[in-house]
Design a protein around this ligand. Sequence first.
Ligand code: PLP
Length: 362
Amino acid sequence: MSRPTQAHINLDALRFNYQLACNLAPQSQTVAVVKANAYGHGAVECAKALEPLAPALGVACIEEALQLRQAGLNKPILLLEGIFSADEVEIAARENFWLMVENTFQADAICQAKPSAPLRCWIKIDTGMHRLGLVPEQFNSVYQQLQTSANVHSPLLAASHFACADELKNATTEQQLQVFNTTIQGLDCPTSIANSAGILGWPQARSNWNRPGIMLYGSSPFEHSHAEGDKLKAVMTLRSAVISVRHVKAGDSVGYGANWNADKPSTIATVAAGYGDGYPRVIANGTPVLVNGQSCPLAGRVSMDMISVDVSHLNSVKIGDPVELWGENLPVNEIAGHANTLGYELLTRMPARPTRIYSDLN
Ligand SMILES: *Cc1c(COP(=O)(O)O)cnc(C)c1O
Protein backbone atom coordinates (compact mmCIF):
# COMPACT_ATOMS: atom_id res chain seq x y z
CA MET A 1 0.00 0.00 0.00
CA SER A 2 2.64 2.51 -1.01
CA ARG A 3 4.39 3.87 -4.05
CA PRO A 4 7.13 1.36 -4.78
CA THR A 5 9.87 3.88 -5.58
CA GLN A 6 12.68 3.56 -3.05
CA ALA A 7 16.40 4.15 -2.84
CA HIS A 8 17.90 1.16 -1.06
CA ILE A 9 21.14 2.08 0.70
CA ASN A 10 23.49 -0.77 1.45
CA LEU A 11 25.56 0.32 4.44
CA ASP A 12 27.73 -2.79 4.26
CA ALA A 13 28.77 -1.79 0.76
CA LEU A 14 29.52 1.70 2.10
CA ARG A 15 31.80 0.26 4.77
CA PHE A 16 33.40 -2.08 2.24
CA ASN A 17 34.25 0.85 -0.04
CA TYR A 18 35.62 2.88 2.87
CA GLN A 19 37.78 -0.07 3.85
CA LEU A 20 39.04 -0.34 0.28
CA ALA A 21 40.17 3.29 0.47
CA CYS A 22 41.96 2.53 3.75
CA ASN A 23 43.57 -0.65 2.42
CA LEU A 24 44.96 1.18 -0.61
CA ALA A 25 46.64 3.68 1.69
CA PRO A 26 47.43 1.88 4.93
CA GLN A 27 49.82 4.65 6.03
CA SER A 28 47.13 7.32 5.62
CA GLN A 29 44.25 8.50 7.72
CA THR A 30 41.03 8.51 5.74
CA VAL A 31 38.42 11.25 6.11
CA ALA A 32 34.98 9.95 5.11
CA VAL A 33 33.47 12.67 2.91
CA VAL A 34 29.71 12.86 3.53
CA LYS A 35 28.95 16.29 2.09
CA ALA A 36 25.83 16.98 0.03
CA ASN A 37 23.73 14.59 2.10
CA ALA A 38 26.40 11.90 1.62
CA TYR A 39 26.15 12.29 -2.14
CA GLY A 40 22.39 11.79 -1.88
CA HIS A 41 22.54 8.71 0.33
CA GLY A 42 21.58 10.35 3.64
CA ALA A 43 24.33 12.12 5.59
CA VAL A 44 23.32 11.08 9.09
CA GLU A 45 22.82 7.40 8.32
CA CYS A 46 26.01 7.15 6.29
CA ALA A 47 28.04 9.08 8.85
CA LYS A 48 26.74 6.80 11.60
CA ALA A 49 27.77 3.74 9.59
CA LEU A 50 31.25 5.14 8.94
CA GLU A 51 31.98 6.90 12.21
CA PRO A 52 33.27 3.78 14.01
CA LEU A 53 35.81 3.32 11.19
CA ALA A 54 36.79 6.87 10.29
CA PRO A 55 38.99 9.27 12.28
CA ALA A 56 37.09 12.25 10.83
CA LEU A 57 34.19 13.16 8.56
CA GLY A 58 34.25 15.71 5.75
CA VAL A 59 31.49 18.11 4.67
CA ALA A 60 31.28 21.25 2.54
CA CYS A 61 29.99 23.72 5.10
CA ILE A 62 29.12 24.35 8.73
CA GLU A 63 25.39 23.72 8.21
CA GLU A 64 26.17 20.17 7.10
CA ALA A 65 28.53 19.70 10.04
CA LEU A 66 25.99 20.96 12.57
CA GLN A 67 23.38 18.60 11.19
CA LEU A 68 25.74 15.72 11.99
CA ARG A 69 26.46 17.03 15.50
CA GLN A 70 22.76 17.40 16.19
CA ALA A 71 22.30 13.79 15.12
CA GLY A 72 24.84 12.73 17.73
CA LEU A 73 27.99 12.25 15.66
CA ASN A 74 31.09 12.98 17.70
CA LYS A 75 34.13 12.66 15.45
CA PRO A 76 35.99 15.73 14.17
CA ILE A 77 34.38 17.15 11.04
CA LEU A 78 36.47 18.81 8.35
CA LEU A 79 34.82 21.75 6.59
CA LEU A 80 36.21 21.28 3.09
CA GLU A 81 35.60 24.90 2.06
CA GLY A 82 36.33 26.35 5.49
CA ILE A 83 34.32 29.23 6.87
CA PHE A 84 32.14 31.59 4.86
CA SER A 85 31.84 34.21 7.62
CA ALA A 86 33.85 35.12 10.72
CA ASP A 87 31.14 34.07 13.18
CA GLU A 88 31.73 30.45 12.17
CA VAL A 89 35.15 30.41 13.87
CA GLU A 90 33.73 30.17 17.38
CA ILE A 91 31.17 27.54 16.39
CA ALA A 92 33.95 25.50 14.79
CA ALA A 93 36.09 25.78 17.93
CA ARG A 94 33.23 24.68 20.15
CA GLU A 95 32.11 21.81 17.93
CA ASN A 96 35.54 20.44 16.96
CA PHE A 97 35.17 21.29 13.30
CA TRP A 98 38.44 21.41 11.37
CA LEU A 99 38.84 24.28 8.94
CA MET A 100 40.21 24.32 5.45
CA VAL A 101 41.87 27.72 5.04
CA GLU A 102 41.87 28.63 1.40
CA ASN A 103 42.16 32.42 1.35
CA THR A 104 43.51 35.26 3.47
CA PHE A 105 40.03 36.36 4.57
CA GLN A 106 39.63 33.00 6.30
CA ALA A 107 43.13 33.11 7.80
CA ASP A 108 42.57 36.63 9.16
CA ALA A 109 39.16 35.72 10.59
CA ILE A 110 40.67 32.78 12.45
CA CYS A 111 43.55 34.83 13.82
CA GLN A 112 41.35 37.78 14.86
CA ALA A 113 38.70 35.67 16.61
CA LYS A 114 38.72 34.82 20.29
CA PRO A 115 37.82 31.15 20.05
CA SER A 116 37.20 29.11 23.16
CA ALA A 117 39.69 26.51 21.94
CA PRO A 118 42.46 26.44 19.31
CA LEU A 119 41.35 25.28 15.86
CA ARG A 120 42.80 22.64 13.58
CA CYS A 121 43.51 24.18 10.21
CA TRP A 122 44.36 22.71 6.82
CA ILE A 123 45.95 25.26 4.51
CA LYS A 124 44.84 24.71 0.96
CA ILE A 125 47.26 25.45 -1.85
CA ASP A 126 46.09 26.20 -5.38
CA THR A 127 48.42 23.91 -7.30
CA GLY A 128 46.72 24.43 -10.65
CA MET A 129 42.98 23.89 -10.41
CA HIS A 130 42.47 27.63 -9.89
CA ARG A 131 39.23 27.30 -7.97
CA LEU A 132 40.16 27.50 -4.28
CA GLY A 133 43.40 27.80 -2.38
CA LEU A 134 46.28 30.14 -1.71
CA VAL A 135 48.64 30.64 -4.60
CA PRO A 136 52.08 29.19 -3.81
CA GLU A 137 53.55 32.68 -3.33
CA GLN A 138 51.07 33.36 -0.51
CA PHE A 139 51.57 30.09 1.24
CA ASN A 140 54.56 30.86 3.44
CA SER A 141 53.16 34.03 4.94
CA VAL A 142 49.79 32.45 5.75
CA TYR A 143 51.54 29.41 7.15
CA GLN A 144 53.59 31.67 9.44
CA GLN A 145 50.52 33.73 10.38
CA LEU A 146 48.56 30.67 11.44
CA GLN A 147 51.48 28.88 13.03
CA THR A 148 52.20 31.79 15.33
CA SER A 149 48.53 32.35 16.23
CA ALA A 150 47.40 31.07 19.60
CA ASN A 151 44.03 30.37 17.97
CA VAL A 152 45.51 27.58 15.85
CA HIS A 153 46.24 24.07 16.99
CA SER A 154 49.47 22.54 15.74
CA PRO A 155 50.46 20.91 13.54
CA LEU A 156 49.14 22.80 10.56
CA LEU A 157 48.38 20.65 7.57
CA ALA A 158 48.98 21.46 3.89
CA ALA A 159 46.33 20.38 1.40
CA SER A 160 45.47 20.61 -2.25
CA HIS A 161 42.92 19.27 -4.71
CA PHE A 162 43.32 17.73 -8.17
CA ALA A 163 41.65 18.99 -11.32
CA CYS A 164 42.15 15.98 -13.58
CA ALA A 165 42.94 12.94 -11.43
CA ASP A 166 40.10 10.99 -13.04
CA GLU A 167 42.08 11.04 -16.30
CA LEU A 168 44.90 8.64 -15.69
CA LYS A 169 47.01 9.81 -18.61
CA ASN A 170 46.63 13.51 -17.92
CA ALA A 171 49.94 15.18 -17.02
CA THR A 172 48.21 17.86 -14.91
CA THR A 173 48.17 15.64 -11.83
CA GLU A 174 51.96 15.18 -11.80
CA GLN A 175 52.40 18.91 -12.34
CA GLN A 176 50.09 19.68 -9.42
CA LEU A 177 52.01 17.28 -7.19
CA GLN A 178 55.25 18.97 -8.18
CA VAL A 179 53.90 22.43 -7.38
CA PHE A 180 52.63 21.12 -4.06
CA ASN A 181 55.93 19.55 -3.06
CA THR A 182 57.90 22.63 -4.07
CA THR A 183 55.55 24.89 -2.11
CA ILE A 184 55.88 22.98 1.14
CA GLN A 185 59.56 22.18 0.73
CA GLY A 186 61.46 22.38 3.99
CA LEU A 187 58.32 22.36 6.14
CA ASP A 188 57.65 19.39 8.33
CA CYS A 189 53.88 19.38 8.08
CA PRO A 190 51.38 16.62 7.35
CA THR A 191 49.63 16.74 4.00
CA SER A 192 46.32 15.87 2.31
CA ILE A 193 45.88 15.74 -1.44
CA ALA A 194 43.97 12.70 -2.65
CA ASN A 195 40.26 12.52 -3.35
CA SER A 196 38.80 9.23 -4.67
CA ALA A 197 40.57 9.41 -8.02
CA GLY A 198 43.82 10.25 -6.25
CA ILE A 199 43.52 7.30 -3.89
CA LEU A 200 42.52 4.82 -6.58
CA GLY A 201 44.70 5.96 -9.43
CA TRP A 202 47.67 7.96 -8.16
CA PRO A 203 49.68 6.14 -5.46
CA GLN A 204 52.07 9.09 -5.18
CA ALA A 205 49.13 11.29 -4.14
CA ARG A 206 48.26 9.19 -1.10
CA SER A 207 49.59 11.05 1.94
CA ASN A 208 48.92 11.57 5.65
CA TRP A 209 45.22 12.28 5.15
CA ASN A 210 43.11 11.21 2.18
CA ARG A 211 39.62 12.50 1.39
CA PRO A 212 37.52 9.95 -0.51
CA GLY A 213 33.97 10.89 -1.44
CA ILE A 214 32.44 9.30 -4.53
CA MET A 215 34.23 5.98 -4.16
CA LEU A 216 32.58 5.42 -0.77
CA TYR A 217 29.26 5.33 -2.61
CA GLY A 218 30.48 2.72 -5.07
CA SER A 219 30.82 4.91 -8.13
CA SER A 220 34.24 4.82 -9.76
CA PRO A 221 35.60 8.25 -10.67
CA PHE A 222 37.08 6.79 -13.84
CA GLU A 223 35.31 6.61 -17.16
CA HIS A 224 36.85 3.28 -18.07
CA SER A 225 37.39 -0.02 -16.35
CA HIS A 226 40.01 0.28 -13.60
CA ALA A 227 41.49 -2.49 -11.45
CA GLU A 228 40.68 -0.78 -8.14
CA GLY A 229 37.66 1.25 -9.22
CA ASP A 230 35.92 -1.88 -10.45
CA LYS A 231 36.09 -3.42 -6.96
CA LEU A 232 33.71 -0.80 -5.56
CA LYS A 233 30.23 -1.92 -4.58
CA ALA A 234 27.15 0.12 -5.40
CA VAL A 235 25.62 1.60 -2.26
CA MET A 236 22.39 3.05 -3.67
CA THR A 237 19.97 0.94 -5.68
CA LEU A 238 17.04 2.93 -7.04
CA ARG A 239 14.11 0.58 -7.25
CA SER A 240 10.52 0.84 -8.38
CA ALA A 241 7.89 -1.41 -9.92
CA VAL A 242 5.66 -1.83 -12.94
CA ILE A 243 2.33 -0.07 -12.37
CA SER A 244 0.70 -0.62 -15.76
CA VAL A 245 1.17 -2.81 -18.87
CA ARG A 246 -0.25 -2.27 -22.36
CA HIS A 247 0.14 -3.47 -25.92
CA VAL A 248 0.66 -0.93 -28.66
CA LYS A 249 0.41 -1.30 -32.44
CA ALA A 250 3.18 -0.65 -34.92
CA GLY A 251 3.31 3.11 -35.43
CA ASP A 252 1.84 3.99 -32.02
CA SER A 253 3.75 6.54 -29.98
CA VAL A 254 4.46 6.55 -26.25
CA GLY A 255 4.74 9.41 -23.79
CA TYR A 256 4.99 13.21 -23.84
CA GLY A 257 5.88 14.63 -27.18
CA ALA A 258 5.16 11.26 -28.78
CA ASN A 259 8.89 10.92 -29.35
CA TRP A 260 9.05 7.12 -29.30
CA ASN A 261 7.24 5.12 -31.93
CA ALA A 262 6.72 1.38 -32.02
CA ASP A 263 8.28 -0.15 -35.11
CA LYS A 264 6.30 -3.33 -34.45
CA PRO A 265 3.52 -4.40 -32.10
CA SER A 266 5.08 -3.88 -28.66
CA THR A 267 4.44 -4.33 -24.96
CA ILE A 268 5.02 -1.23 -22.85
CA ALA A 269 5.45 -1.34 -19.08
CA THR A 270 4.92 1.86 -17.13
CA VAL A 271 7.21 2.23 -14.11
CA ALA A 272 6.55 4.49 -11.13
CA ALA A 273 9.74 6.55 -11.24
CA GLY A 274 10.47 9.74 -13.12
CA TYR A 275 12.50 12.91 -12.96
CA GLY A 276 10.75 13.80 -9.71
CA ASP A 277 12.52 10.77 -8.29
CA GLY A 278 15.95 11.71 -9.62
CA TYR A 279 15.81 9.80 -12.89
CA PRO A 280 17.10 12.38 -15.38
CA ARG A 281 14.64 13.76 -17.92
CA VAL A 282 17.36 14.23 -20.54
CA ILE A 283 18.17 10.52 -20.58
CA ALA A 284 18.12 8.90 -24.01
CA ASN A 285 15.56 6.50 -25.46
CA GLY A 286 16.99 2.99 -25.25
CA THR A 287 18.68 3.47 -21.85
CA PRO A 288 18.59 0.11 -20.05
CA VAL A 289 16.08 -0.41 -17.25
CA LEU A 290 16.00 -3.72 -15.39
CA VAL A 291 12.51 -5.23 -15.28
CA ASN A 292 12.45 -8.55 -13.43
CA GLY A 293 16.24 -8.37 -13.65
CA GLN A 294 16.13 -8.20 -17.46
CA SER A 295 17.49 -5.28 -19.42
CA CYS A 296 14.75 -3.39 -21.26
CA PRO A 297 15.06 -0.16 -23.27
CA LEU A 298 13.50 3.09 -22.10
CA ALA A 299 10.71 4.05 -24.51
CA GLY A 300 9.75 7.71 -24.66
CA ARG A 301 10.28 10.77 -22.53
CA VAL A 302 10.81 10.55 -18.81
CA SER A 303 7.78 12.05 -17.01
CA MET A 304 7.82 13.52 -13.52
CA ASP A 305 6.45 10.38 -11.87
CA MET A 306 6.83 7.67 -14.49
CA ILE A 307 8.83 6.16 -17.31
CA SER A 308 7.80 3.75 -20.05
CA VAL A 309 9.87 0.72 -20.95
CA ASP A 310 9.68 -1.59 -23.94
CA VAL A 311 9.29 -5.08 -22.48
CA SER A 312 8.25 -6.78 -25.72
CA HIS A 313 11.06 -9.36 -25.47
CA LEU A 314 10.08 -10.53 -21.97
CA ASN A 315 7.72 -13.45 -21.55
CA SER A 316 5.34 -11.96 -19.09
CA VAL A 317 5.38 -8.67 -17.30
CA LYS A 318 2.71 -7.74 -14.81
CA ILE A 319 1.79 -5.02 -12.39
CA GLY A 320 4.03 -5.14 -9.35
CA ASP A 321 7.06 -6.62 -11.09
CA PRO A 322 10.31 -5.21 -9.67
CA VAL A 323 12.36 -2.61 -11.51
CA GLU A 324 15.90 -1.38 -10.95
CA LEU A 325 16.80 2.03 -12.37
CA TRP A 326 20.42 1.89 -11.24
CA GLY A 327 22.50 0.29 -8.49
CA GLU A 328 23.56 -3.22 -7.64
CA ASN A 329 22.97 -4.71 -11.09
CA LEU A 330 23.09 -1.61 -13.27
CA PRO A 331 25.97 0.78 -12.54
CA VAL A 332 24.91 4.37 -11.92
CA ASN A 333 27.87 5.46 -14.05
CA GLU A 334 26.38 3.62 -17.03
CA ILE A 335 23.04 5.34 -16.57
CA ALA A 336 24.79 8.68 -16.12
CA GLY A 337 26.53 8.12 -19.46
CA HIS A 338 23.12 7.89 -21.17
CA ALA A 339 22.24 11.24 -19.60
CA ASN A 340 25.53 12.83 -20.60
CA THR A 341 26.61 13.30 -16.98
CA LEU A 342 28.44 11.54 -14.15
CA GLY A 343 27.43 9.18 -11.38
CA TYR A 344 28.38 12.07 -9.04
CA GLU A 345 25.51 14.18 -10.33
CA LEU A 346 22.81 11.52 -10.45
CA LEU A 347 23.55 10.45 -6.88
CA THR A 348 24.04 13.90 -5.37
CA ARG A 349 20.90 15.43 -6.81
CA MET A 350 18.68 12.56 -5.71
CA PRO A 351 15.58 14.23 -4.30
CA ALA A 352 14.11 13.29 -0.94
CA ARG A 353 11.06 11.80 -2.63
CA PRO A 354 12.20 8.18 -2.96
CA THR A 355 12.23 6.82 0.56
CA ARG A 356 15.71 5.76 1.65
CA ILE A 357 15.70 2.19 2.94
CA TYR A 358 18.83 1.34 4.90
CA SER A 359 20.04 -2.22 5.00
CA ASP A 360 22.44 -2.79 7.80
CA LEU A 361 23.44 -6.38 8.22
CA ASN A 362 25.96 -5.59 10.96
C1 PLP B 1 34.25 16.68 -2.44
C2 PLP B 1 35.67 16.76 -2.07
C3 PLP B 1 36.43 15.59 -1.96
C4 PLP B 1 35.88 14.22 -2.35
O1 PLP B 1 36.01 14.12 -3.76
P1 PLP B 1 35.61 12.78 -4.54
O2 PLP B 1 36.03 13.08 -5.95
O3 PLP B 1 34.15 12.63 -4.40
O4 PLP B 1 36.36 11.69 -3.91
C5 PLP B 1 37.73 15.71 -1.53
N1 PLP B 1 38.26 16.91 -1.24
C6 PLP B 1 37.58 18.06 -1.36
C7 PLP B 1 38.24 19.35 -1.03
C8 PLP B 1 36.26 18.03 -1.79
O5 PLP B 1 35.58 19.17 -1.92
